[in-house]
Design a protein around this ligand. Sequence first.
Ligand code: ADP
Ligand code: MG
Length: 243
Amino acid sequence: MTAAIEIRNLRKSFGDHEVLRGIDFTVAAGEVVCVIGPSGSGKSTLLRCVNLLEEPTDGSVTVDGVDLTDPNVDLDAVRRRIGMVFQQFNLFPHLNVLENLTIAQRRVLGRGKERAAAVARDNLARVGLADRADSYPAQLSGGQQQRVAIARALSMGPALMLFDEPTSALDPELVGDVLAVMRALAAEGMTMMVVTHEMGFARDVADRVVFMDDGRVVEEGPPAQVLGDPAHERTRAFLARVL
Ligand code: ADP
Ligand code: MG
């Protein structure tokens, strides 16, 4: 299997606060890895090092065969390969749904108007929102907005998708539709790294679960093992709080 993401001895400090203390793991092409752990354990910082929103202090991150810490790397080219979905949807409020999905395709990928719109409509259908192309974000529920954000990321044709607590800002009754879209993506073979508190999703969809605490990977393995029969006391204590 080829590694889509390869993280080696990754360290990240903010001032003298070391937030990532030597992280090692790989995500294979087509694999779904869920990252769980307490608030402040470094999950978001880890994702942000993978998509170049943060510069690693030490170690290496290789995405899709490209070493991001190589000073000569074309960061924009790598970024285009990575789709990112955040807790906050970050849609443009003054643009309708179709425009939200076409703007980066046109500006970043240089696609023509017709082509970008066709790709956008395909991806809206994929997330179950084919009929909302003309709506504005404020006219949609939070769950619909997050599905638009996923469709927007997919419209760039990413090789892998990173999700940072994509359902944490949603009312409970809206979580299921977003998770269903993510399940479908996983079933289609998308490579995904998902920070989540949705243990049901992790159990059902993840190929591997990584438990982080205090800037380190404490344990990782198949969901049944990490969630059902954790080896470490810290993992057990965390699961006891969230399950
Ligand atoms: P998690 O996503 O697991 O809750 P984060 O990666 O957001 O954890 O944060 C881990 C630690 O890093 C926290 O102590 C947080 O305050 C700190 N941190 C995150 N980003 C910054 C930043 N830009 N500057 C300073 N400290 C940061
Ligand atoms: Mg976070």
